[in-house]
Design a protein around this ligand. Structure first.
Ligand code: NAI
Ligand code: AKG
Length: 528
């Protein structure tokens, strides 16, 4: 008997669909230990954000074929562990877009008109009209951080209210922004100019604690912050300080670094200028029905042996093709991830060049893997082989595919990515050496030979005596250990690149010191 465990509250419409093909058990509120004991017999698991599907849970479920997340974010599911075990993870990328966008707007309105405070005081028997003087949204600047599905819908609603919308999203093209009538700006400028800042980004390595003391200090004292995206993208300690010191006028949060929000969280003690809701962004009847139906249909189809439409992991490639291209797919992902971090500005175009023998292989998987790498900085684990092309298209990123059979640089061929962004362009080439060893073989047409590694530093500099020594000592002073270093140049004392592998991530502040070394024009920290 096929069995499905539903471990969070899911709309009945979803349960009805699952019941067409399986026995369904709804067991909500299980603590971690209970879930570990419960999952052993199940073929499918359906959750919302309340259940943590850890590697241990996946290991404890030998029959598990699919995990369905009734919502967008899959950060409560260990997707890597699921992929390793061959368990499909599916979600509902659009089912709750409207609900989340409307919640952000509701928070903005409640914040600016002091609705919760006025309600509490009126219920307590008072008639405080002066105390709750608010502000209008009309003609105010709204800064949207993350102009994806929810951010774009918020922008549309805000425009209807007469707000002027500016946005920051490195993975949205100017064309797309123009279509939405939104001005793209750098993050610092957004925080300086906005009267309201609303966050619609996923939590990734790059966005963790993105909004901290530094950005909060850039905000106007009359400005307000709304986070209905993900906990952990706002530094809660810095926010509490900013609210207590009235550095900003107010904030509204739906999501928290730790959920449920701990009873002793300092956020709970902020008075007057903070509104908290318990992760209600997707909690509308319409959104819950929509995500439940979307995900239940996918679980049903997969249990019947059919493909899923929104798989978060497992690429839609045949196992034979994956095996044949495994090393080159990994190379393409690494180059894509690397070039997105070199690009700096808004990515407009990615050219994928299959050179030499590689030009004879199927190109689509390599293009998809390059896009997956490119967008992984923005979308974290939500980007996959299934949605990479679509995500690039929806961001207005033009993708060019070129086959250059005449190139004869390496046996097995090479892969070149050329990324054009609002701040210029970068070119990376790589090849797979004997023993499936991946190598970056040139940067911006300067020859080098370095394996991609976890933490790297790329510089563009003038080839002159002493520069390598000065950089080495600066890194040493900051306790950054260099694992390897390579310089690529075409002529003596001309332009050159340097690629260093280091043991730890390079902090943003150190990059500023590096670029102040005489002769170093550009420095980029890259984490893979
Ligand atoms: N509070 C709630 O109940 C809900 C929260 N969410 C969360 O809202 C967030 C947004 O969801 P969607 O719009 O559906 O996702 P999406 O993938 O359509 O959009 C996210 C956007 O953020 C951008 N981005 C990534 N890193 C960035 C950075 N460092 N700076 C600026 N932009 C960056 C991406 O390029 C992308 O355009 C997700 O974290 C999702 O989990 C979604 C639904 C309900
Ligand atoms: O299931 C929920 O209510 C949370 C929704 C959410 O945060 C998401 O879909 O990313």
């Amino acid at each position: 008997m096929t069995k499905v465990l539903v471990s969070d509250p899911i709309d009945q419409a979803g349960i009805d669909i699952l019941s067409q093909v399986a026995h369904v058990d709804v067991r909500t509120g299980l603590v971690a230990e209970e879930l570990l004991n419960a999952v052993a017999d199940y073929d499918a698991l359906m959750v919302r954000s309340g259940t943590r599907v850890t590697a241990a849970v996946i290991d404890a479920a030998p029959r598990l074929k699919i995990i369905g997340r009734a919502g967008v974010g899959v950060d409560n599911v260990d997707v890597t562990a699921a992929t390793r075990r061959g368990v499909l993870v599916v979600n509902s990328p659009e089912g709750n877009t409207i609900a989340a966008a409307e919640h952000a707007m509701a928070m903005m309105l409640a914040l600016t008109r002091n609705i919760p405070q006025a309600h509490a005081s009126t219920m307590a028997g008072r008639w405080d009209r002066k105390r709750h003087l608010g502000n209008e949204l009309y003609k105010k600047n709204l800064g949207v951080v993350g102009l994806g599905k929810i951010g774009a819908h918020v922008a549309r609603i805000a425009q209807a209210l007469g707000m002027v919308v500016l946005a920051h999203d490195p993975f949205i093209s100017n064309e797309r922004a123009q279509k939405l009538q939104v001005r793209l700006v750098e993050l610092d400028a957004l925080f300086e100019e906005a009267d309201y800042v609303t966050l619609h980004i996923p939590r990734t390595h790059e966005t963790a604690n993105l909004v901290g003391e530094k950005l909060l200090k850039r905000m106007k004292p009359t400005a307000r912050l709304i986070n209905c995206a993900r906990g952990g993208v706002v530094d809660e300690t810095a926010l509490v300080d900013a609210l207590r010191n009235n550095t900003i006028a107010g904030a509204a949060l739906d999501v928290y670094a730790s959920e449920p929000l701990p009873a002793e969280s300092p956020l709970r003690s902020v008075k007057d200028n903070l509104i908290l809701t318990p992760h209600l962004g997707a909690s509308t009847a319409e959104a819950q029905a929509s995500v439940a139906i979307d995900v239940a249909e996918q679980i049903r189809d997969v249990l019947l042996g059919l493909p899923a439409r929104s798989a978060v992991n497992i690429p839609g490639l045949s196992p034979d093709l994956i095996e044949a291209l495994r090393a080159h797919l990994s190379l393409a992902e690494h180059l894509g991830h690397c070039i997105s971090q070199l690009a700096g500005g808004n990515v407009q175009e990615l050219e994928v060049r299959m050179q030499g023998e590689l030009a004879a292989r199927p190109s689509q998987p390599l293009v998809t893997a390059s896009l997956k790498g490119l967008l992984s900085s923005a979308l974290g684990e939500r980007i996959n082989y299934v949605n990479a092309g679509l995500e690039a298209k929806s961001r207005g990123i033009k993708v060019l595919e070129v086959k250059d059979e005449a190139s004869r640089d390496y046996s097995g061929g090479s892969l070149q990515l050329i990324c054009r962004s609002s701040s210029g362009f970068h070119k990376l080439t790589g090849a797979v050496f004997a023993g499936d060893e991946l190598r970056i073989t040139s940067v911006d047409s300067f020859p080098i030979s370095v394996p991609p590694s976890n933490h790297m530093l790329f510089t563009r500099h003038r080839d002159m005596p002493g520069i390598i020594g000065r950089l080495g000592s600066l890194l040493g002073q900051h306790n950054v250990n260099i694992a390897s270093m390579q310089v690529g140049r075409r002529i003596m004392r001309g332009d050159a690149v340097m690629v260093l592998s280091v043991d730890d991530p390079i902090p943003e502040s150190l990059l500023e010191d590096i670029t102040s070394i005489d002769g170093i024009r550009e420095a980029h920290a890259v984490s893979l």
